[in-house]
Ligand binder design. Structure first.
Ligand SMILES: CC(=O)SCCNC(=O)CCNC(=O)[C@H](O)C(C)(C)COP(=O)(O)OP(=O)(O)OC[C@H]1O[C@@H](n2cnc3c(N)ncnc32)[C@H](O)[C@@H]1OP(=O)(O)O
Length: 431
């Protein structure tokens, strides 16, 4: 994985906009003191309590190489605490039949004392231009609020399902594979998780690779994780002895009615069609568990076809993985298509980064080539960069976007057929 190095240049327009207001902007990962202050401000921005010394040390160890930016107000009572933060790194994003290097963004906060003065607009606008300049074809993030990022050209490309499953009502009618389930220590789980996740990620549009240090939060394998001892890990091993799946969960006891306790599924990674039902069947058979709560599932889970009573699962759908194309040709050429066609796309971009008129040609092999379209060419589809980003993984149909008034085309069915995918996009975690 290549990363946008933390010493990459800032966007000059961003620096001017920020300094004209009397603030400064700089990387926080230049000293332990600045990193600690940056991390504390991010905690406050996300309504968490002050990090402990142990948590600050763990953060420092794991994030020195990422791009952590702070905007500083010299007039503030504690000037070393940033008034705005943003963190970014290079992530590998799966698209249908391929992958792209994404400028992954997280930890975006503006202090309540400085909100709605345009700091986010300057910082994110500048970082997206810097990322495009550095060669990233796309940016991605998961959101605290749906209403923030559309204006920057982001749109949800992979949705997520939250489910509450009534265990005794569900009834298992799915496969019952051979192979075995065993408990692991958290350290053992941590050791196999990344390889399993990468096997899954390769075939699932919308997934990104996991930042190495982030697994320690999942498994509680560093001292700073609260209630790490509550985390349980099981693996599925095939009859041939290969580890093909992992489930990570905690349990909330029902103290007045033990058999009605709740299992909170933290991560579910099944790399084969045997591991998947084997692990779900195990979870649905646990004594004393009345309810399973799970989130970041696919909106198209095979599980719904493996339980006798569909209404045992109450499912709600959320926008989850937001994408923002920064280079139209590179993004469209990275994925594969199931049909041959030629389209002229007219793409508008509110930030002026990636718009233009493009000629997309797809070949029998599934590969695409994109070149600038003649200015006289009539567009087959006119859309914004957000709508193109939403369609890239095949998660939303051009017909739906046309009916919503979000794109214009004389033949949206044709556009929809070209962009359709066979695997429902999913991102199985937050970042
Ligand atoms: C990837 C992630 O990290 S997601 C996490 C986002 N962060 C949070 O939720 C933490 C709490 N919130 C905050 O820190 C801040 O309110 C932020 C970062 C969301 C916004 O920062 P601000 O500096 O206030 O935004 P800024 O003034 O630049 O506003 C830019 C535009 O976004 C709009 N906007 C800002 N915040 C919101 C919001 N929460 N909901 C809807 N619109 C918003 C503004 O109205 C403005 O619109 P306009 O340009 O059309 O007039």
């Amino acid at each position: 994985m290549s990363q946008l190095r933390h010493d990459a240049e800032f966007d000059p327009t961003m620096v001017t906009e920020i300094t004209d207001r009397g603030y400064t902007v700089q990387r926080a990962n230049v000293s332990r003191e600045l990193m600690d202050a940056w991390r504390s401000v991010v905690s406050r921005g996300f309504l968490d309590s002050e990090p402990t010394d142990e948590q600050l040390a763990a953060f420092f160890d794991r994030n020195k190489d990422y791009r952590l930016i702070g905007i500083y107000d010299p007039q503030a009572a504690v000037p070393e605490m940033p008034v705005a933060t943003l963190g970014a790194w290079g992530a590998r994003l799966t698209v249908p039949g391929g992958e792209l290097e994404s400028f992954a963004v997280s930890a975006v906060t503006v202090a309540p004392t400085h909100r709605r003065r345009g700091l986010l607009r300057s910082l994110l606008g500048g970082e997206l231009r810097a990322a495009a300049h550095a060669g990233f074809p796309i940016a991605s993030l998961t959101v605290s609020e749906s209403s923030i990022y559309g204006r920057f050209g982001f749109a949800p490309a992979a949705l997520a399902a939250d489910a509450e499953i009534s265990v005794r009502q569900a009834g298992w009618i799915g496969p019952e594979p051979d192979g075995r389930i065993d408990f692991l220590t958290r350290e053992q789980g941590r050791a196999v998780a990344d390889e399993l996740h990468e096997r899954v990620r390769a075939g699932r549009p919308g997934e990104v690779d996991h930042r190495a240090g982030a697994w320690d939060y999942t498994f509680g394998t560093m001292p700073a994780v609260e209630k790490a001892g509550a985390i349980r890990v099981v693996q599925y091993r095939s009859p041939a002895g290969q580890v093909d799946g992992l489930a990570v969960y905690t349990v909330t006891e029902n103290e007045t009615n033990f058999p009605d306790s709740t299992l909170n599924l933290q991560r579910f990674i099944a790399a084969t069609d045997d591991a998947y039902p084997a692990l779900w069947r195990f979870l649905l058979s646990l004594d004393l568990i009345g309810t399973i709560r799970a989130s970041e599932l696919s909106i198209d889970e095979p599980l719904w076809w493996m339980i006798a009573d569909r209404r045992a699962a109450r499912v709600s759908v959320l926008d989850h993985h937001y994408l923002r194309v920064l280079d139209v040709a590179a993004a469209l050429e990275a994925r594969r298509y199931d049909r041959t066609d030629e389209l002229v796309l007219d793409v508008s971009d509110p930030l002026g980064i990636a718009g233009g008129r493009f000629h997309l040609t797809t070949a029998e092999s599934g590969a695409a080539t994109v070149r600038p379209a003649e200015s006289s060419a009539t567009p087959d589809v006119e859309l914004g960069i957000a709508e193109l980003s939403a369609m890239l993984l095949g998660g939303v149909s051009a017909v739906t976007l046309a009916r919503a008034g979000r794109l214009r085309s004389p033949d949206p069915e044709r556009v929809a057929r070209l962009f359709a995918g066979t695997v429902t996009p999913q991102l199985s975690f937050w970042y």
